[in-house]
Design a protein around this ligand. Structure first.
Ligand SMILES: Cc1ncc(COP(=O)(O)O)c(C=O)c1O
Length: 364
């Protein structure tokens, strides 16, 4: 709690400095005659959701000069939640609301220890929804604290195999069902005696369902399912891909990205290749992931998974969230010309030499 308060104070202090800084910047700019590049896109974005996407595509000068190719990076870290996953969170929630699978006041559940959970927790309140995240209990406590500071509820569970019913992803799926059951009980009870909804909800959750995590008002649940939900692919096919095409003026030779769920590489590669089939699209895969072999040899396999070699956590790599050993519905949509393997050492060296972390690279 103390650390949450410290985080809150820190965020407040930073926000205050930004407000002050913006004030001085505005005054300063209004007196200047020559237009500054900073004066572009002055219009305020309409709410948090409209601040997602439209990230800059920037030329990486060091790499472009070293290789003689124009190399561009899409700055996904500039999304409000700090990653490309904001786009996915927005699309998943919007599609679920549109289809009626999620209603305003409902809870979006996800099993994620990383960026997707942060993005869902960031954007769900903007749609009047809540966010419940299930994570393994060996994940850094700071991750839970960030999510809680964003208003999400967090459940830390024992780490087990994905085939186990209590794997964190399976628990997240179950929580959405439980929230739906609870909401339908509330609706039924409401029909019977017409009492105030919240009162009945409390009565049901405290009495009949003592172990329920949804003890306050709950109008249903929805499991985000970022790995299999094709809203993830569509977020990139309809958003990130067209942005890259427009920002580069369509003059691209190739595109490269890593994959976790595969949504990004699949959505962008599908869009770019439809626009111009000559654009070559590649995957960069970390140690422990089977995708490199799947793309280059058609077999989902990695040495780290071989008999007798399997570690408790086969993705013992710093590239958390990248690389996978199963074929997801999202990755299946990718249109790839090839794949490369990359090591942690190369990833760190590249991030240091370019002085930035980019999510995907494009060469023109
Ligand atoms: C910051 C970041 N970028 C990229 C990815 C992977 O993208 P995708 O899941 O679309 O393959 C992840 C996965 O968690 C991530 O956290």
């Amino acid at each position: 709690m103390a650390s949450v308060r410290t985080t809150g104070a820190f965020v407040a202090a930073i926000s205050m400095s930004i407000v002050l800084f913006s004030y001085f910047l505005c005054n300063y700019r209004s007196k200047r005659k020559t237009p500054s590049p900073l004066s572009k896109n002055k219009k305020p974005r309409n709410g948090l959701i409209h601040a997602v996407g439209n990230t800059p595509l920037i030329r990486i000068n060091s790499l472009s000069e070293a290789t003689g190719c124009e190399i561009l990076g899409k700055c996904e870290f500039l999304n409000p939640g700090g990653s490309v996953k904001d786009r996915v969170a927005v699309k998943i929630i919007e599609e679920a609301l549109e289809s009626g699978q999620l209603v305003c006041g409902g809870v979006v559940t996800e099993g994620s220890a990383g960026s997707t959970a942060i993005s869902l927790a960031t954007v769900a309140p903007a749609y009047g929804c809540k966010c419940h995240v299930v994570i393994p209990d060996d994940v850094a406590i700071e991750k839970s604290q960030i999510l809680e500071a964003l208003g999400a509820t967090v459940e830390r569970v024992r780490p087990v195999s994905i085939t186990h019913r209590d794997h964190y992803v399976n628990i997240a799926r179950r929580r959405a069902l439980e929230a739906n059951e609870l909401a339908s009980k509330i609706r039924k009870t409401e029909k019977i005696d017409g009492k105030f909804l919240e009162q009945i909800n409390r009565c049901i959750s405290d009495g009949e369902k003592k172990d329920s995590i949804f003890s306050s008002y709950c109008s249903g649940g929805f499991f985000a399912d970022q790995f299999e939900n094709l809203a993830n692919f569509r977020a990139h096919y309809q958003g990130t891909g067209p942005e890259i095409w427009e920002q580069s003026g369509g003059s691209l030779d190739s595109f490269v990205a890593a994959a976790g769920t595969g949504g990004t590489v699949a959505g962008i590669s599908s869009f770019l290749q439809e626009k111009n089939p000559n654009i070559k699209c590649f995957l960069i895969d970390p140690p422990g992931s089977g995708l490199f072999n799947k793309v280059t040899r058609g077999v989902m396999y990695t040495r780290e998974e071989a008999e007798g070699k399997r570690l408790k956590n086969p993705f013992d790599t710093i590239t958390e969230g990248i690389g996978i050993n199963r074929l997801t519905q999202n990755f299946k949509m990718a249109k790839l010309d090839g794949a490369y393997r990359g090591t942690d050492k190369e990833a760190v060296e590249m991030s240091r030499s370019t002085h930035a972390f980019f999510f995907c690279l494009i060469s023109i």
